[in-house]
Design a binder for this molecule. Sequence first.
Ligand SMILES: Cc1cc2nc3c(=O)[nH]c(=O)nc-3n(C[C@H](O)[C@H](O)[C@H](O)COP(=O)(O)OP(=O)(O)OC[C@H]3O[C@@H](n4cnc5c(N)ncnc54)[C@H](O)[C@@H]3O)c2cc1C
Length: 473
Amino acid sequence: MSYDCDVLVAGLGPVGAALCALLAREGVSAIAVEKDGEVYPLPRAAHFDHEIMRLIQKLGIHEEMAAASRVAPTYEFRNAAGQILMSYDLVAQGSPSGWAPSYMFHQPSLEIALRRLAGESPLVDLRLRRTLRSFDQDADGVTAQVDGPDGPETVRARWLVGCDGAKSPVREALAISMDDFGFDEPWLVIDALVSDPSRLPAANLQICDPARPTTCVVMSQGRHRWEFMLLPGETPEDLLDDGVIRELLKPWNCDDCVEIERKAVYRFHGRVAQQWRDGRVLLAGDAAHQTPPFAGQGMCSGLRDADNLAWKLAAVIRRGADPALLDSYQTEREPHARDLIQLAITMGRVVCIADPQAAAMRDAGMLAQRAAGAEPPAPAPSVLGPGISLEGGGEYFPQPWAGEVRMDDVLGEGPWLITRETVSDGALAPFADRLAPWFDSRGVEAVLVRPDRYVFGTGTVEALEAAWAERVG
Ligand SMILES: Cc1cc2nc3c(=O)[nH]c(=O)nc-3n(C[C@H](O)[C@H](O)[C@H](O)COP(=O)(O)OP(=O)(O)OC[C@H]3O[C@@H](n4cnc5c(N)ncnc54)[C@H](O)[C@@H]3O)c2cc1C
């Protein structure tokens, strides 16, 4: 049986590019086909969380991305009168990975870095301006027909991963339906270049004004983002007009210090594909799930997919693990992706109220809660759904830092079997003050941490090794 590559990746958005880079680290070869020549030019993600920064650290581009992003400031929901309805002080919350809880960034910068990284590996072949037209699968692999600048091409791969975005032709070809969360709101999104940031709000803002629900957030240095909800009767063309945009920005009093860089109208919605694996074909990123952006988590969820999938594909392809391992990808990832969509929709339903009476009731309720000292709920820690982890596993494993030294850099690629002994006098001794309490609070002697930094299980070394061998191969 001859193959052109182990994994054919359809689509080179952030998820496809990250998947290629992760597969290459695992020694798995990949061909990626991407219909466009450049990264997507219109405004999309502006936020990622600490877990994604830890994944970026694993990929080795954390210094570049830390310099190209900035720590997310306070996130405030305000009413039309400017009163604070709810305020998240993200920095004060800290994070289990040791990175700042949240970062603001410019999605094309990350996509370019991920593509460059993937393309540097001899195991990865990035084929731009190639459109996946169709594919067939059999017991041993997938044969895909691809249209390129020089005509049709055939690619034979062991596995195909559709990272081909919300409209996912791969998902369509498999006739996989989506569960729809019933949220569907049209918004104008504007990215601006800023010459004088001191003139703009330092906090990230949701302006819950029924006359025009609005988002205003910082991005990477030198950029700012505004989002405006379309009102009944308005069309995308109406709002994309530069004169209309200037009017919308007038209240921000920033005419002479911002220049519109890019603009787009999107419909924000929440959807999850019912099936993420069909034989030798898998879906990841927006192809598998889409969320409104109010929690800034769509791309983050897709990158978690790539991190979950890459080492499992490597286990199957390189180490002979049972392909049934790949069924745990959806069961582990889907509940978390759904929770984040639900959180974003809950936030969106607070923001998107256009009826003045309903808005007044919302404001009164939230102001009363705030006056009574109620804090907004802290983001729930990431956890895996049921899959291959042992009972009690599935939680996110922390990354302690000793000064500027990070634990993951000391340990290298996972999986890791960490015992109390290694914590007290081995290579992990510098991190003992953070790790020992972790072992104490769970009353365990050893932990096996998966390559995606979630806990496989705790127990004795022998039992963990045996369970890992049985479940992962
Ligand atoms: C306004 C807005 C704000 C957002 N804010 C955030 C945020 O703050 N934080 C966050 O985490 N997420 C955010 N998101 C979501 C985030 O942008 C997406 O989740 C992310 O881009 C999805 O990445 P992906 O790689 O799965 O898909 P995409 O980025 O859509 O990439 C899919 C790729 O597949 C290619 N393709 C499609 N069909 C084919 C084919 N047949 N053959 C070859 N190639 C094909 C496409 O050209 C594309 O390049 C936001 C989105 C929007 C719209």
